[in-house]
Ligand binder design. Structure first.
Ligand SMILES: [Zn+2]
Length: 400
């Protein structure tokens, strides 16, 4: 209900789906509605100098349990990605306040800006501001119309010179993010809650296998050095080996091109990109070594190989104690749950290194996200709200 309302105020005439990007009119209207929800739930509302919005319930001490997710969307986005973590938190805390809850620790709901980086080419600027990692020079970033973030912030009344004041490492004790799964595992297994243990690490590599370009009709099989056949063998070997190393690892060759890519020519070169991910850091490293070994093994058969790893990100582990507590909350609520990893990045990734963090996943129907078609059933939003509420009561303690 709240999410449909938020989607409706965020719609812009002539823009497909929803595009609620930082400091757009859509974003201002969206945050206006969130502020209203927060006030109705009995929370004190404010924004920090980046534009992240907060609703605070004062506890007996200023140390804070922070919960929420991002308020922005991708271009042509939907109602649930990000926003459901904010809306669910407002519902959970609102219900607790109504029931007379007096937490010992303060509790704050946050709507984080620009997680998707859909307007400015920055990685998690809103959440990095919260942990003091956003640099003022990053605010020189321009959007596709050449608008400088810094100047836009000034125009909208956000003082970029005070960006360091958004740093909450001093008072935030823990961060809890509820988010849609963006995959189909929970739905396919008939579960309502995912307890995220790790956000997967990722390796991206460019590979080229060089053989001998020649005539497809006149070159007998025994005289060929065909890089396509070799690549097929390498891909099968890598896939099998990675599956042996880790049950949770995934490897994808989603991009592959042949040189010259002509039907009657044995190609001279195959180029492909490896995307490999795992939540287990040691296993990801083992898989990386195995992939390197397998690619280079083609040289034994006279092929020249090039392998360039252009991105390698370690997995981020969420706080084990918090995940245990989350499991207790899910069990006590009677929710059908499982422990799992997140294959996508989130604000939690930026925060977890500085503040103990955990994530709650709720199902995405058909695993669809980053689309106006994304959908989560009301009963699963309800389970998310119930489990989040119970976890907040456990973490913030206090009297009920
Ligand atoms: Zn998201």
């Amino acid at each position: 209900m709240r999410l449909r309302e938020l989607g409706a105020v965020s719609k812009t005439e002539g823009v497909p789906g929803i595009w609620r990007a930082v400091h757009t009119d859509s974003d201002c209207r969206g945050k206006g509605l969130i502020a209203q929800w927060m006030k109705e739930a009995g929370l004190q509302v404010r924004e920090d100098c980046f534009g992240n919005i907060y609703g605070r319930l004062e506890g007996e001490v200023p140390e804070t349990i922070l919960t929420g997710s991002h308020v922005d969307t991708v271009k042509n986005g939907g109602l649930y990605d990000g926003a459901c973590g904010v809306a669910t938190a407002v519902s959970a805390v609102g219900a607790l306040v109504k029931a007379g809850w007096k937490p010992y620790y303060s509790v704050e709901i946050i709507g984080i800006e620009e997680e998707e980086g859909s307007r400015f080419d920055l990685l998690y600027p809103g959440s990095r501001a919260i942990v003091g990692h956003l640099l003022t020079e990053e605010l020189d970033s321009r959007d596709e119309n050449g608008i400088v973030l810094k100047e836009l912030m000034e125009e909208k009344g956000y003082d970029w010179k005070r960006i360091s004041e958004a740093d909450r490492r001093g008072d935030v004790k823990e961060f809890i993010e509820l988010h849609i799964e963006q995959g189909a595992v929970l739905e396919k297994e008939g579960l309502s809650i995912g307890l995220v243990e790790h956000i997967t690490g990722m390796m991206k590599a460019d590979v080229a296998i060089y053989g001998e370009q020649n005539h497809a009709g006149t070159t007998p099989m025994y005289l060929r050095k065909d890089p396509v056949v070799k690549t097929a063998e390498l891909i099968l070997n890598m896939t099998e080996r990675v599956k042996e190393i880790s049950r949770s690892a995934v490897i994808t060759i989603g991009e592959l091109d042949l040189q010259p890519n002509v039907s009657n020519v044995i190609p001279g070169r195959v180029h492909f990109v490896i995307d490999m991910r795992d939540g287990d850091g040691a296993a990801l490293l083992d898989a990386k070594k195995a992939v390197e070994r397998i690619i280079h093994s083609a040289e034994d058969d006279g092929f020249r190989t090039e392998l360039k790893i252009y991105s390698y990100k370690e997995p981020v582990s969420l706080d084990a104690g918090l995940v245990d507590c989350l499991e207790e909350a899910a069990r006590e609520a009677g929710a059908a749950y499982k422990r799992m990893n997140s294959g996508a990045g989130h604000d939690s990734m930026a925060i977890a290194g500085e503040i103990p963090t955990c994530m709650i996943f709720i199902p995405s129907v058909d695993g669809i996200s980053h689309s106006p078609q994304e959908y989560t059933r009301p009963e699963d939003l309800g389970w998310g709200c119930e489990v989040l509420g119970r976890l907040l009561v456990k973490r913030a303690k206090g009297r009920k």
